[in-house]
Ligand binder design. Structure first.
Ligand code: SF4
Ligand code: SF4
Length: 135
């Protein structure tokens, strides 16, 4: 089984189509919606965690491409500006997935993109604007 965290960009004509249920039924994928911003008759953006067999994921992403849904890895939309980070650790206790973590011996903060779910909780907490979500 493989897991991917991705951003879907929906064109307006697909917003009311059962794209997600097709991924589940036809490609045997498990889809967890982490964030959604869809307005009827306008473009939409979804942050999803998709789990399934490699063959199902490949076929599912081919289907998405064919119908015009753009996909990109979630990591591209989440930025940690290491040069702004002062390692103050204010974000550590609020991050629900430990994407932001601290090495207690060195007191150095690190960011693991693969764990981030783009929940934005860290954004207002960081006093130095070191985290940014490009939505
Ligand atoms: S956006 Fe959420 S999951 Fe990602 S680093 Fe910030 S608090 Fe953690
Ligand atoms: S709150 Fe901001 S400056 Fe402080 S450790 Fe977290 S990312 Fe770095």
């Amino acid at each position: 089984m493989q897991k991917k965290r991705v951003v879907f960009n929906y064109p307006s004509h697909l917003v009311d189509q059962p794209v997600i249920s097709k991924l589940v039924k036809d490609y045997d994928l498990t889809v967890n919606i982490l964030r959604a911003r869809i307005t009827p008759k306008e473009e939409g953006r979804l942050v999803l965690e998709i789990t399934g067999k490699r063959s199902g994921l490949e076929a599912g992403f081919r289907y998405l491409s064919e119908i015009g849904v753009e996909t990109q890895p979630l990591a591209q939309d989440v930025k940690w500006y290491v040069d702004r980070c002062t390692h103050c650790t204010a974000c550590i206790s609020v991050c629900p997935t430990q994407a932001l973590d601290v090495d207690r011996k060195k007191m150095e903060v690190s960011f693991n993109r693969d764990k981030c779910i783009a929940c934005e909780i860290c954004i207002p907490v960081c006093p130095y604007q070191a985290m940014e979500i490009l939505f």
